[in-house]
Write a protein that binds this ligand. Structure first.
Ligand code: URA
Length: 217
């Protein structure tokens, strides 16, 4: 299932316009906060797909029957670019366990790159709902590699991918190659991908915009 949260105009499309805007995105705090706000809305939308159990709550005036989440999801993110989006999910799923994985593009002299995975920290995932945040679903290669690695910690019941901008090629790659039951929640979807793996029109380098330019390794 692919959900483009800008398909219907809402605050998400407003925030996406700011995240993409070359001038506004130089305000690093606003850039991170917009990603975080999008993460919060995605958390709310995903919360509607979870299973709930009824809890009887004593109020000062009587009893109320309330729906509460039966099993907390696990929130996973890819360091470092995913952190702001992840924070939005954490703000809403405040009781969830977390998974962190570092994935980066290791560049070769000819301009090609491989995805290198290093740090991984993950709770058991068997039968859990896993929500992975990654601001840019570009080629889909790092996401598939991340999923392959995380499912060694157990087979999740379902995986939700939360991404600010997804590229159609990347979405198709994930659908073809990920060995899991997946939904993708995107802030918007673009069609073009450059030879260097950047989404067009996209927004640029999400990690650098949120946290500063890094030295290439
Ligand atoms: N990662 C980014 O930060 N931007 C892109 O366009 C693609 C991958």
């Amino acid at each position: 299932m692919i959900i483009n949260l800008s398909e219907t105009n809402s605050l998400v499309s407003e925030w996406m316009s700011e995240i993409r805007d070359a001038e506004i995105q130089t305000d690093r705090m606003r850039f991170r906060r917009n990603l975080e706000r999008f993460g919060e809305v995605a958390a709310y939308e995903i919360s509607k797909t979870l299973t709930y159990t009824e809890r009887e709550v004593q109020t000062p005036l009587g009893t109320a029957n309330c729906g509460v989440i039966r099993h907390q999801p696990v929130l996973g993110t890819i360091l470092r670019a995913g952190l702001a989006l992840h924070q939005g999910l954490v703000n809403y799923f405040d009781k969830a366990d977390h998974a962190y994985i570092s994935a980066y593009r290791k560049h070769n002299r000819d301009g090609s790159f491989e995805i290198s995975l290093e740090y991984v920290s993950c709770p058991p995932l068997d039968e859990k709902v896993l929500i992975i945040s990654d601001p840019m679903l570009a080629t889909g290669a790092s996401l598939v590699k991340t999923i392959d690695h995380l499912i060694e910690f157990g087979k999740p019941a379902h995986i939700h991918i939360v991404t600010a901008i997804a590229c159609t090629i990347g979405i198709e790659y994930v659908q073809r190659n990920a060995d899991a039951n997946i939904s993708i929640w995107a802030g918007d979807i673009d069609d073009e991908l450059t030879a260097k793996g950047y989404i067009v029109p996209g927004l640029g380098d999400a990690g650098d915009l949120a946290f500063g330019t890094k030295m290439q390794q």
